[in-house]
Write a protein that binds this ligand. Sequence first.
Ligand code: ADP
Ligand code: MG
Length: 229
Amino acid sequence: MLKINNVTIKLKSFHLKIDLTIKPKSITAVIGPSGSGKSTLFDMIGGFNQLDSGSIIWENNDIGNLEPAQRPITVLFQDNNLFPHLNTYQNVALGLTTKLKNHEKFKYKIDNALEKVDMLEHSNKYPSELSGGQKGRTALARALVRKKPLLLLDEPFSALGPGLRREMLNLVKEISHKNKLTVMIVTHDPAELADVCQDVIVVAENTATGPYHLQELLKNPPKSLSDYL
Ligand code: ADP
Ligand code: MG
């Protein structure tokens, strides 16, 4: 279980209060208007923003003061850029090491992650030779290779069309179930996640709270969300 207790974050003119609990081995959607703090929430959980108060508890340990690399978390950011001069295999290797010379000893893990997203046969291709969906799969493999139990996806497939996005979300569902991952995923279209998850965190009016039941929230949204939805 991930518990974020009364955390406050202050960035220059923006502040966010966070109080929420995420069920283990679940997929939870994160919704809220643009600029409401969804990425800031992920930065905070990932360790890229300092807490002003409160705690982050993962499986009974306070991880709120750990360095990002020490946390049990991988964040896949919105722009999920692949390096154009590196092939699929090398892009995934970067999830494990910044020293590409060293990657031979990780070959088994890298191939394993590529296999999970069905990209093994494209290991030698460069991003310019891949379709949008294949790029998305590669970025997902780079996140999976780290084998962290918490996977935070910040609108990772927003560049894809609805059909491919659905396919990627189903892949996330399948992989997270098989690997017992706890997943949080930012989306602009919560209805799109109806097949994938039931819980939703709402980020609006400088607070992040939940989880709420997705279907009930869609039926009866709070005022802070009704315009947005
Ligand atoms: P969302 O992901 O929900 O669109 P963000 O978390 O990116 O929103 O941004 C929330 C607010 O925090 C915005 O007003 C943004 O301008 C501000 N913000 C984000 N990062 C920083 C930063 N490093 N310093 C100051 N303000 C920031
Ligand atoms: Mg964002």
